[in-house]
Ligand binder design. Structure first.
Ligand SMILES: Cc1cc2nc3c(=O)[nH]c(=O)nc-3n(C[C@H](O)[C@H](O)[C@H](O)COP(=O)(O)OP(=O)(O)OC[C@H]3O[C@@H](n4cnc5c(N)ncnc54)[C@H](O)[C@@H]3O)c2cc1C
Ligand code: SF4
Length: 508
């Protein structure tokens, strides 16, 4: 029997595998492909071809549409690290106030994760206009970002999403997964876990299905669900695991949002391909007196979408745009906007626009709904969350102070939805089953008392609430802590020493 089977190779799964592999036999099962530099899709047609469907189960990315929300996800070796910006940000201390593990207890695990992820600031960020702009509109609140990018190899092409073809982004296959494989972990790619069944003598039988293949069963003493928020919710549901009433409740979209301050009088950098490099953090006090974080990042229009974005923004600015500062600032020359339609460069309106990319501590009112195509998140009035309204007010204040046309979150247009790539929760960490689904080390509460033997969850689904910053570092730190506890448990359990590889078995 295998010691540890890890489902999913994103931040949680990769960290668990790297830490456990020196101590135990570890198999990581990942349904996505291993995308190497040079293989990531380039252009709209290629993006469409890599959309994940039943017929294309190893597709790179997908979308789930719920009531009021849409969630984007990636399916690949390294999870969403394959397609993200590599922004590595720690939440403010107040975020951890109601968690079953304190900020102080998590600090060494953040440090440990940082040593492996190795984020660094962009040496070229200082040349971009957005830092000076943020200092002007939110004095003293700028927080420059760090990314898991090798800046010497990065040419600022702006294609981090949907994947770096230069090998400059240090995705997890270059960090945690490389450590796991070097320590002897096995990685099965293009193989989906369909469900798991607890065994009477401990451990679980896990059903795997390779793309285009038939079912296969593997037995493991410990199973770690790290399939990402949507993937783990699907697996717990599909496996009919007995869990607490909090399952699928209190999901957060981490305040994800997008709006624009279009065609300001200032030289900005929305058009520049460079990865997102700076932000401001603004405290917001909610109606209960609780301080929450609003993080506004200076976003960048992906290079592939810049011409489309220029045209769409010009049109939206004319129809739904709002210009609170018009009287105080010179009117915006039409020729800048027209120029963008021919060539997107530093002379056009897009280069003077601020892409208002939000992460925020929303109230976590999303609920999971299980459909034939998998879980979706319903939160019809997400766009009315108080912190998102506050974000809209700040943007209007910026426009009044610094000029530009506010193009508000298009999610508010009829028929549109809010969109997030940071879904969190649904199996939230808590002190008891009354308040969540797992304990502080990822063990799953059993409604009959105690916890499920040999089962942990270690991914975005256990994060108890919105973080207000991009979540990858926090998920990794939580997984580091869970790995420590798992190593202790394996060391004290009655088991043979490290076995060689996975054992196929029938379900009976
Ligand atoms: C476009 C984009 C940009 C982002 N930018 C940033 C950023 O810059 N910084 C940041 O901190 N965060 C960013 N995020 C969010 C961040 O990447 C995620 O929060 C994080 O990856 C979640 O980690 P995870 O361990 O929960 O799971 P994931 O990274 O989602 O990995 C889960 C893996 O499990 C696999 N899986 C699912 N179900 C199964 C199954 N049944 N069998 C086998 N395998 C399965 C999936 O294929 C996937 O590879 C971004 C996300 C996206 C999509
Ligand atoms: S900007 Fe381009 S080269 Fe740099 S990390 Fe992103 S995709 Fe890679």
């Amino acid at each position: 029997m295998l010691d540890v089977l890890v489902i999913g190779s994103g931040y949680g799964g990769a960290a668990i595998a790297a830490r456990l592999a020196p101590h135990a036999s570890v198999l990581v099962v990942e349904r996505g492909r291993w995308w190497r530099p040079g293989q990531f899709p380039h252009g709209v047609a290629a993006m469409c071809r890599t959309y994940r469907t039943r017929r294309n189960p190893t597709g790179l990315w997908g979308v789930r549409l719920g009531r009021g929300t849409g969630v984007g996800y990636a399916s690949a070796v390294g999870g969403s690290s394959a397609v993200n910006y590599g922004i590595t940000s720690r939440p403010d201390d107040h975020v951890f106030a109601g968690w079953p593990v304190s900020a102080a207890a998590l600090a060494p695990y953040f440090a440990r994760a940082r040593e492996v992820l190795r984020p660094t600031p962009s040496p070229r960020a200082v040349a971009l206009g957005d830092r000076a702009f943020l200092d002007r509109v939110e004095p003293g609140r700028r927080v420059d970002l760090e990314n898991t990018i090798d800046w010497d190899r990065c040419d600022d092409c702006g294609r981090c999403v949907p994947g770096c073809n230069r090998g400059a982004k240090r995705a997890l296959d270059q960090t945690y997964l490389a450590l796991a494989l070097a320590a002897g972990a096995e990685l099965r790619v293009e193989t989906e876990v369909r469900g798991l069944v607890p065994l009477r003598d401990g451990g679980h039988a896990v059903e795997l299905r390779a793309a285009g293949g038939g079912p296969e069963w593997v037995r493991a003493r410990q199973v770690v669900l790290a399939a990402g928020t949507l993937g783990t919710l699907d697996l717990v549901h599909r496996s009919h695991l007995a869990v607490g009433p909090g399952f699928g409740q209190r999901l957060s979209l981490n305040g994800d949002g997008l709006a624009f301050l279009y065609d300001t009088p200032h030289a900005l950098s929305s058009h520049a391909g460079a990865p997102i490099s700076t932000s401001v953090r603004i405290p917001f006090t909610d109606e209960d007196g609780r301080v929450r974080t609003l993080m506004v990042m200076s976003g960048r229009v992906p290079a592939a979408a810049s011409r489309f974005a220029a045209a769409a923004l010009a049109a939206l600015a004319g129809t739904i745009g709002d210009d609170p500062g018009r009287s105080a600032h010179a009117p915006h020359p039409l020729r800048r906007r027209l120029r963008d339609l021919a060539i997107v460069d530093s002379g056009g309106a897009l280069s003077r626009s601020f892409m208002y990319k939000l992460d925020a501590q929303d109230r976590g009112r999303g609920t999971a709904r299980f459909t034939g195509a998998g879980v979706v998140i319903d939160w019809p009035d997400y766009a009315d969350d108080p912190i998102l309204r506050f974000a809209g007010e700040r943007l209007r204040a910026w426009a009044a102070a610094a000029g530009g046309t506010v193009v508000p979150d298009v999610a508010r247009l009829p028929g549109m939805r809010s969109f997030s790539v940071h879904p969190l929760g649904g199996c939230r960490m808590a002190c008891s089953i009354d308040d969540g689904v797992v304990d502080d080390v990822g063990r799953v509460f059993h409604p009959g008392g105690g916890v499920h033997a040999g089962l942990r969850i270690a991914d975005g689904s256990i994060v108890p609430e919105a973080l207000g910053v991009p979540p990858s570092w926090t998920i990794t730190a939580l997984a580091e802590r869970i790995a420590d506890d798992l190593i202790r448990e394996l060391a004290t359990s009655d088991r043979p020493q490290r076995s060689a590889s996975a054992t196929s078995t029938s379900r009976t």
